[in-house]
Design a binder for this molecule. Structure first.
Ligand code: B3K
Ligand code: ZN
Length: 885
């Protein structure tokens, strides 16, 4: 396997396909111990590639070839070549038909790629290259075909048989079997193929599109989950309407289906007309899903639905262009979520996530550009860079063009490329052509990896009433990219006067002052902008709304940050000022801890937080966000060498101080909100999310004081809440508290009550795995023996192993290396079961360069042990070998 693994695929080697597949007719015969797949491919020579007839090389993996024929002539083994991953035939005419029959084994497919069983149902996951595990095919996104699919199965266990498109025929067979045929009128690449067979119930609804067409909507789930679909259905209808209004995109089939499955590698998949979802991204109701889970369901339903245009109607030419559909679709779903809920809170959450996780990826061994140049295993490139940074790149285009110009660009893109497989360059070209602009330099965001730094300095000339900002951009070297060219960095900014009002802005050379918030385009390594008519030295509010994914620095002092926290007209930047203040204060504490000094918290942080808590006119969700200290992972990201112990000590010290100093106002707000929650039924809406968010963060601070009245309130919240948001917070707070009896009781009651709900049990695993109390690894090992745990279910792996290694930094980074050893052991086991999940769980170990020498050695040793552990999947091999390089 090793030589195969090391094979790197390069974007520069892209070649259009030699052959095209006009029609694909599939027949699946599903059985308990095998499945037969018959494929008929109506093919022709790609006219773009000239006249000759090169060999036809079909992709196929783990397939048992039973028969193959070319234009109805059955081929003998000497007529074709077969290896581990290809079937090669020699066509004799420009148009021909290939028929093949293969046997596959979904019942033993633990990689959850291709056709597999999740519990008792059959389902598929084909993106990126899973279709080749179903049948021999040209498994590449630029080969688009019209699919007709017939599924046959035993009727009693598999009453529901689904595939893409519209149902066209069905019937019964001898021996208790039945069949159904589905036809998808839209040409699509094989990665969008889907099939489902199972004993499923569905919730039905309908949607009338903007042109008046009626679309049937169905969400299929296992019978016990039929009461948890309404939120997803509501989210779907909102998404359909929003895409019509915001992008002019209408749905195109007569039916749209979502199926929830328990075993799924990702969140969900946008297969044409038949989205398959991880059940965690569909099921939600008050009693079992938190507010965050409700918002995640809404966002993922929207994301997959939006792919119908950004991904399916217009798809990717090759997998290097993945961000074409993913970055754009994340940008679209973020716009939707901002419109459905608080836009500022959504932006804060996205930016906090990006800066913690994507920035770390961008400075690590797997750093790659938004459009990568090469990969070994494409599954490893469904990354934060392709998704989240890709979305930021689209967002910057919108910031530069304005809302209207951007819409003109997206309209042109969809119209020009409907039915095509295209590139990121085509997307940018549509934006350029629709607006008459040149984005050549901007496109470096697609090709250069690494997070740019933007250092800003100021100069004020009182006599000339001139205020100058100087920007210096640089980007650190990343693997394969020692040097970078300057980016186009849109910097949204404002200038505040001494009262905190935005000044009208007039750049040197402009006739008159214009808006008070504007976007400067920083395009050079060093560049200055002078504002004139500035009567007194202002305070700049920079990178409003986080207008570019850069690390901006400006020498604010703490009083200035407090001023911005109170006065900035940009909500995001008010939060950002609070974060910067917290970071400064925490870094000071980290230094004190490292020098062995007593920790002393800057009281200004307490003053700033107190005024937020006491101001009842503020949006409660914003107050909750501002009360959340920067996480340990973000503080690690900001450190040259991440001192986990010092970071943990500093954060916990600050949290305890806040809990103590602000006890009275926190307790008041907690009680008031809890009282409202107690008397109002659960509603999954913005103002209710906000109330519970403030209530819950207040509780987490209050519990640090070990006061009996708070403990009683927490236990009451655990016992007497009608919703998971309040109950789970109470549980998490108890789990991290010193109150052993209450903790044990709550954990036990929770597990008893929810033992039959795997998604809730995931939460139960997670809160324990993330608990920073000592002995974390032993608890995790013990939990792995729990009957609800299995390494075969990706959600369980993420809930327990992922939460431990990714969130429980203090325990995972134990100095004896036990956390690293544990994770490596799990990865070796997972490598054989599910390579994609194994590779994803590796990411904490890939960050080894961030830590002290002793930990570096321990982490590296575990990576080396994985590398030497035997046959590695290409997924794990790529991440481990690049991490050690
Ligand atoms: N497009 C899918 C990704 C599936 C990748 C699996 N290796 C999910 C999404 O982004 O919508
Ligand atoms: Zn997507």
């Amino acid at each position: 396997m090793r030589t195969e693994q090391a094979k790197t695929i390069y974007l520069k080697d892209y070649q259009a396909p030699d052959y095209l597949i006009d029609e694909t007719t599939l027949t699946f015969e599903l059985h308990e111990d095998h499945t037969l797949v018959h494929a008929q491919l109506v093919m022709r020579r790609n006219p773009e590639k000239g006249a000759g007839l090169p060999p036809l090389v079909l992709d196929g993996q783990e397939l048992e070839l039973l028969a193959v024929s070319l234009d109805d002539r059955e081929l003998a083994p000497g007529d074709y070549q077969l290896d581990d991953s290809h079937l090669t035939l020699q066509p004799t005419a420009a148009r021909f038909t290939v028929d093949s029959t293969v046997r596959i084994h979904p019942e033993s497919n633990t990689a959850l790629e291709g056709l597999y069983k999740s519990g008792s149902m059959f389902c598929t996951q084909c993106e990126a290259e899973g279709f080749r595990k179903i049948t021999y095919y040209l498994d590449r996104p630029d080969v688009m075909s019209k699919f007709t699919t017939t599924v046959s199965a035993e009727q009693h266990h598999y009453p529901v048989l689904l595939s893409n498109g519209n149902p066209v025929a069905s019937g019964s067979e001898e021996g208790g079997r039945h069949w159904a045929t589905w036809e998808d009128p839209f040409k699509k690449p094989a990665y969008l193929f889907a099939l489902v067979a199972g004993d499923l119930w569905c919730v039905e609804d309908s949607f009338t599109t903007m042109s008046g067409r009626n679309v049937a909507l169905r969400i299929y789930v296992e019978p016990e989950n039929i009461d948890k679909c309404q939120h997803a259905m509501d989210s779907l209808k909102k998404s359909m309407r929003w895409d019509e209004e915001a992008y002019g995109r209408e749905y195109d089939l007569d039916i749209f289906m979502i199926v929830a499955v328990n075993d799924f590698n990702m969140g969900a998949m946008e297969n044409k007309g038949l989205n398959i979802f991880n059940s965690s991204a569909v099921l939600a109701r008050a009693e079992t899903a938190t507010d965050a889970a409700h918002q995640r369901v809404e966002a993922i339903v929207a994301h997959e639905y939006f792919h119908n245009w950004s991904g399916n109607r217009v798809t990717c030419r090759d997998w290097f262009q993945l961000s074409l559909k993913e970055g754009f679709t994340v940008f679209r779903d973020a716009g939707f979520s901002s419109d459905m809920n608080s836009a500022t809170v959504k932006r804060i959450e996205d930016v906090a996530f990006l800066r913690t996780h994507q920035f770390a990826e961008d400075s690590g061994p797997m750093a790659h550009s938004v459009r990568p140049d090469s990969f070994i295993e494409i599954s490893n490139f469904y990354t934060l860079t392709v998704y989240e940074k890709g979305s930021e790149v689209v967002g910057m285009i919108r910031t530069l063009l304005g809302a209207e110009g951007f819409r003109k660009g997206s309209d042109l893109y969809f119209e020009r490329h409907d039915g095509q497989a295209v590139t990121c360059d085509d997307f940018v070209k549509a934006m350029e052509d629709a607006n008459g602009v040149d984005l050549t330099q901007f496109k470096r965001w697609y090709s250069q990896s690494g997070t740019p730094r933007l250092e800003v300095s100021e100069a004020y000339d009182a006599a000339a009433q001139r205020y100058t900002l100087t920007f210096r951009q640089s980007c650190p070297p990343t693997p394969g990219q020692p040097t970078k060219e300057p980016f186009v960095i849109p910097v949204a900014l404002g200038l505040l006067d001494a009262q905190g009002n935005d000044l009208p802005l007039r750049l040197d050379g402009e006739a008159a002052a214009g808006a008070s918030s504007r976007v400067l385009s920083v395009t050079e390594a060093e560049q200055s902008f002078s504002f004139v008519g500035v009567a007194a030295k202002p305070l700049p509010s920079l990178l409003r709304g986080f207008s570019a994914p850069v690390k901006l620095s400006f020498p604010y002092d703490r009083d200035q940050l407090m001023f911005l926290m109170q006065h900035d007209s940009d909500g995001f930047n008010r939060w950002e000022a609070g974060q910067q203040l917290s970071v400064q204060v925490l870094q000071e504490l980290i230094g004190q801890h490292q020098r062995g000094e007593a920790l002393v918290l800057d009281p200004r942080l307490l003053h700033a937080l107190r005024s937020l808590i006491e101001d009842e006119s503020l949006d409660q969700a914003m107050v909750a966000e501002m009360l959340s200290l920067p996480g340990a992972a973000y503080l690690s990201e900001l450190s040259e060498v991440a001192d986990i112990d010092a970071i943990h000590a500093a954060r916990e010290f600050a949290r305890a101080q806040i809990g103590e100093a602000l006890f009275a106002p926190l307790w008041r707000r907690y009680q008031a909100n809890r009282e409202v929650s107690r008397h109002s039924p659960y509603v999954a809406e913005e103002s209710h999310f906000a109330r519970r968010a403030l209530q819950n963060i207040a509780l987490s601070y209050l519990m640090l004081g070990n006061k009996p009245e708070v403990l009683a309130a927490c236990v009451d919240q655990f016992d007497n809440s009608d919703n998971m948001t309040e109950r789970l917070t109470a549980l998490a707070v108890l789990v991290n508290s010193p109150f052993e009896a209450e903790r044990g009781r709550a954990l036990q009651l929770f597990a008893e009550h929810f033992k039959d709900n795997p998604l809730v049990m995931d939460q139960w695993f997670s809160v324990q795995a993330a608990s920073y109390l000592p002995g974390g690894l032993e608890r995790v090992k013990e939990l792995m023996k729990h009957p609800a745990f299995t390494l075969k279910n990706p959600n369980k792996v993420r809930a327990l192993i992922g939460a431990f290694a990714g969130q429980n930094l203090i325990n995972f980074h134990a100095v004896d290396g036990s956390g690293y050893r544990f994770l490596a052991d799990q990865i070796v086991t997972l490598n054989a079961l599910n390579p994609q999940i194994a590779a994803r769980q590796l990411s904490p170990l890939t960050r080894w360069r961030k830590y002290d020498a002793a930990r570096q050695a321990l982490m590296k040793a575990e990576l080396e042990r994985i590398l030497a552990s035997g046959e590695l999947s290409s997924d794990v091999y790529e991440v481990v070998s690049k991490s050690l390089a």
